[in-house]
Ligand binder design. Structure first.
Ligand SMILES: *Cc1c(COP(=O)(O)O)cnc(C)c1O
Length: 498
């Protein structure tokens, strides 16, 4: 089987190779790339107990990245999943208060985006070589916090690439800002914006399609690319840990081979949970995928009412990486539940653009049985952090707490479901220490620069992650700040395009 990629919106079903899809990110018609077939996982489930993370990743990703040679893909995986992760397991499973927690925060930026963004630069530079790309790749990203740092950590000092990250000066947490401003690597550039995330995002989109700039760029030997979560090079690497979690449950004797399990996933852009949906389609015994949202519960309403409506207030919450009203990757789910109908998918997305909402028909709704959806308020998130600390002496971050709360709620409603539910744990509590401490009603010295970190450490005894230690010692390296209107000039200056 040689998998090719087509757009969710293209009725002619034109295809590109995996490496071309990785280089392009988005299809030219605005749709997202989907594989023309979904491969089955060929090994027996019992093999999951023995395979290392890298070996398993090879077996899962090889059919998807079909134009990569065995040697190329194995090299990408070895470079991505090395000692920059602080545990050789990469995605270890731990058990707290009757549930399993899949810890995806042992990478260099202590959030789950590392799992995909450590691999993407490897895939992209390999894809560039395969397609004989002449230009150097310039990754341009607007970030609300986690993505920018994780992308820089992945691309830092990767030959033939540069990365420029824009972030809203007053829209990220102090820890997140410091993480970005201390970023090492000669090819990384960070620019603070005097504006909000939307300003930065809108400008980045304009820069991408600025024809003068693109001409100058080409002459100078560069081309833009994006590290956005719609890229198949970010989506598919996330399938691996669903299988890996299942293997760990088998190895621990918590389940028998073939037994179905649930996953609860803290969801924003719908990338992580969509990877779980692919895992199920590949044959992993999954019962329900629990789509967990915070107060921005546009997805909860979509699953429960069949209506997607982004015309609603936007709330800033304690789980900022899920503060999203348009979940880009949902388009791929629409494509599958419509029976792979590009015309229907394109028309729903057109409605979203023109009116901010759409409704799916009963045929499509009937295809949503793989999912359960619910949301947590700020108070419920806080109480869940407190509950785990009190009953199990464990400390979780607010994103994980949302998923943990939703798993509780699900089992409360569905008492007959005795299955094991795995909570996908997407960030270290050290990334959001202020909220965690306040949920635990613990005080900290706000006068000391790292008072909040020290307080979390002394109260929870969780070892300081290397990423946090670094933060406390590394000098601030990036100092650039501009108004949104100056972003284009900032790019030209960084790339010497005058
Ligand atoms: C990005 C992010 C999420 C949301 O994941 P999606 O794939 O966008 O749904 C959840 N938690 C954390 C910590 C994140 O950084």
């Amino acid at each position: 089987m040689n998998i090719l990629y087509k757009s969710t919106r293209d009725k002619n079903g034109q295809t590109v190779t995996a490496s071309q899809a990785i280089l392009q990110g988005l299809s030219p018609d605005g749709g997202l790339y989907v594989p023309d077939a979904i491969p089955k996982f060929k090994l027996p489930l019992s093999s999951l107990k023995q395979l290392s993370y890298q070996e398993l990743a090879y077996h899962i990703l090889q059919p998807f990245f079909s134009d990569f040679s065995e040697q190329e893909l194995k090299k990408c995986l070895a470079n991505a999943y090395d000692s920059t992760f602080t545990t050789p397991q990469i995605a270890p499973l731990t058990y707290h208060a009757g549930n399993a927690y899949l810890e995806l925060f042992h990478g260099p930026t202590i959030a789950f985006k590392d799992v995909a963004l450590q691999l993407l630069p490897q895939l992209m530079t390999t894809a560039a070589r395969k397609n004989k790309l002449q230009e150097e790749i310039v990754i341009l990203t607007a970030t609300s916090g986690d993505t920018g740092k994780a992308a820089m950590a992945g691309f830092a000092d990767v030959p033939n690439t540069k990365i420029i990250v824009f972030y809203p000066k007053d829209g990220v947490s102090p820890i997140q800002e410091r993480q970005m401003l201390t970023q090492q690597g000669d090819n990384t550039f960070v620019v603070g914006i005097k504006g909000n995330f939307d300003d930065a995002q809108t400008k980045v989109k304009q820069i991408f399609s600025d024809s003068d700039l693109n001409t100058a760029l080409k002459q100078a030997g560069y081309r833009f690319s994006s590290a956005n979560s719609i890229n198949i090079g970010r989506l598919f690497p996330q399938i691996v840990y669903y299988f890996y979690a299942y293997g760990q449950l088998l190895a621990a004797g918590k389940i028998k081979e073939g037994e179905t399990v649930n996953f609860s996933v803290p969801t924003g852009n719908f990338g992580n949970i969509l990877a779980g949906y692919f895992a199920k389609k590949m044959g992993l015994p999954i019962n329900k995928l629990l789509c967990a949202s915070n107060r921005n519960n546009v997805l909860t309403d979509f699953f429960n009412e069949g209506i997607y409506n982004k015309n609603r207030p936007f709330y800033v919450t304690s789980s900022p990486s899920m503060d999203i009203l348009v979940s880009s990757n949902l388009e791929r789910l629409l494509f599958y539940i419509s029976g792979e109908d590009p015309v229907k998918t394109a028309s729903l997305m057109a409605k979203l653009t023109s009116t901010g909402k759409y409704q799916i028909d009963s045929m499509m709704r009937s295809q949503l049985t793989d999912f359960y959806a619910a949301s947590a308020t700020e108070k419920q998130t806080e109480q869940e952090i407190k509950r785990l600390f009190t009953t199990d002496q464990t400390t979780i971050d607010p994103h994980t707490a949302v998923a943990s709360y939703v798993a509780q709620k699900y089992h409360h409603e569905e008492r007959i479901d005795q299955r094991q539910t795995i909570i996908v744990s997407t960030a270290s509590p050290y990334k959001f220490p202020h909220f965690v401490l306040s949920a635990l009603q613990l005080k900290y010295d706000s006068q000391k620069p790292f008072g909040v970190i020290n307080a979390l450490h002394s109260n929870t005894k969780i070892p300081l992650p290397q990423a946090i230690e670094e933060l406390m010692h590394l000098p601030l390296k990036h100092h650039c700040e501009v108004a949104p209107a100056e972003m284009k000039n900032a790019v030209k200056e960084i790339l010497n395009l005058f």
